[in-house]
Design a protein around this ligand. Structure first.
Ligand code: NZQ
Ligand code: ZN
Length: 388
């Protein structure tokens, strides 16, 4: 492990079919007023809402509801949540849903506990939150890893910026992961989540250190597990074993474990986030559309890793081929995998078409310093056009 690192992850995970039975005991640790945060209604359709209300009642808790959290949660929605917490003296928040609900709850937690403007203080100026309202999660959409990390991504529609922050003290206190709650996801959302977790791993894998290291080997194992189980999930969405593998893959992909001793790239995410600020695209699908052209663009700057990826993850036969041919075949296989599971691999299919807007996206995009090639705005314009 070439670079020094600190590793700490305190989120307690309850995983499996009986995971929810631990909620009542967890709730005993907190005060009386619980905020139940959720999205636009899927938790009601799958019966989870009624089950939770029953558990809250049995635990003798007052419930404040914070509903309607949208995909790509907005700063305005976060402010609504902050007001609710303050008006009701909320002691604990339970986020039930996917990354959007969890991220919104993290923003509400830090924003309501500290007397500052949440957007300026935490999302623009990166001040570490001094206080927080404790929160846990119940995951129903798999992909972001937000259930076991300190990341939170929020879109400020007024200034057209979607940005993420990562604060180690904003990890959930606990997360409940039952793969059965993900059965009701549409194929589109399930596949989007699979592309997202795959991208999280690649963002860390395709960056220095390139020395032999544990993180890269773990990453390769996770990617192979995702690919194998993604095909099973697409074929049979109710295959418990495959859905549970995919669920745990996603958590491990972004719980900071495989980030140890890695610089991390994150440029695919930077580009997708800025596209979402303009077009509100589904996160994982945006990543799938950008990844192949991004990796073809930077491949020469990290060729040995792309060769390793092709051979170890996608079983490319290296015989008689140059390193470049092997690397490119690996990226072709990645694109083929995305297509085979039903992901969108063209930005135009996500409604991103206006060339002038593409230029604005490129010019306002964060540029990663951890990438094999630090991009210019002109580079991003080329990548975006190649992703159309
Ligand atoms: O709102 P409801 O009705 O719940 O519907 C949701 C939503 O429409 C639906 N859904 C969730 N669970 C379901 C379900 N539908 C049926 N059955 C279920 N069991 O799925 C839709 C998408 O949910 P969302 O939370 O938006 O998806 P995801 O988990 O992909 O989260 C995306 C957000 O997370 C950010 C993304 O940028 C995006 O804003 N990210 C957060 C990260 C983090 N915190 O570490 C890292 C990621 O890279 C990512 O940037
Ligand atoms: Zn992501």
């Amino acid at each position: 492990m070439q670079f020094d690192f600190t590793f700490q992850n305190y989120t307690k995970i309850y995983f499996g079919k009986t995971a929810l039975s631990n909620l009542k005991d967890e709730l005993k640790k907190y005060g009386n007023t619980i905020m139940l945060a959720y999205g636009k209604g899927s938790i009601k359709k799958i019966g989870l809402y009624d089950e939770l209300i029953k558990i809250f009642k049995e635990a003798g808790k007052n419930v404040v509801e914070f509903s309607g959290i949208m995909p790509n949660p907005t700063a305005a929605k976060v402010r609504e949540g902050i007001n609710l917490v303050r008006e009701n003296n909320v002691d604990f928040i339970l986020a039930v849903g996917g990354g959007s609900t969890i991220d919104c709850v993290k923003a509400v937690s830090m924003g309501s506990a500290n007397d500052v403007d949440f957007w300026e203080h935490f999302y623009m100026n990166y001040n570490i939150p001094e206080k927080k309202i404790p929160f846990g999660t119940l995951l129903t959409m798999v992909g972001t890893g937000s259930e076991m990390n300190g990341g939170s991504v929020v879109t400020n529609e007024d200034v057209k910026i979607k940005t993420g922050v990562v604060y180690p003290n904003m990890m959930p206190d606990f997360s409940i992961l039952n793969p059965e709650y993900t059965y009701s996801l549409s194929k589109f959302q399930m596949v989007s989540g699979i592309c997202d977790m795959m991208s999280h791993i690649m963002e860390q894998y395709f960056s220095v250190s390139d020395e032999d290291n544990v993180s890269d080997d773990l990453s390769e194992a996770l990617m192979k597990n995702i690919i194998r189980n993604a095909y099973i999930c697409v074929e049979n969405p109710q295959d418990y074993n495959a859905r549970s593998n995919i669920m745990w893959d996603a958590t491990l992909a972004l719980n900071t474990l495989i980030a140890c001793s890695k610089k991390g790239d994150w440029e695919v995410h930077n580009i997708e986030h800025q596209i979402s600020a303009f077009y509100d695209v589904t996160h994982g699908m945006g990543l799938a559309a950008i990844s192949p052209s991004y990796y073809r663009f930077i491949m020469d700057y990290g060729l040995s890793k792309f060769k390793k990826f092709a051979i170890n993850v996608f079983n490319v036969n290296p015989e008689g081929k140059t390193d470049k041919e092997i690397g490119l075949e690996g990226i072709d296989k990645l694109e083929e995998f995305f297509k085979n599971i039903g992901a969108t691999t063209k930005l135009s299919e996500l409604g991103v078409t206006n060339p002038e807007e593409l230029d604005k996206i490129a010019e306002t995009c964060y540029v990663s310093q951890g990438a094999y090639k630090v991009l210019t705005a002109d580079d991003i314009k080329v990548i975006l056009r190649n992703s159309l």
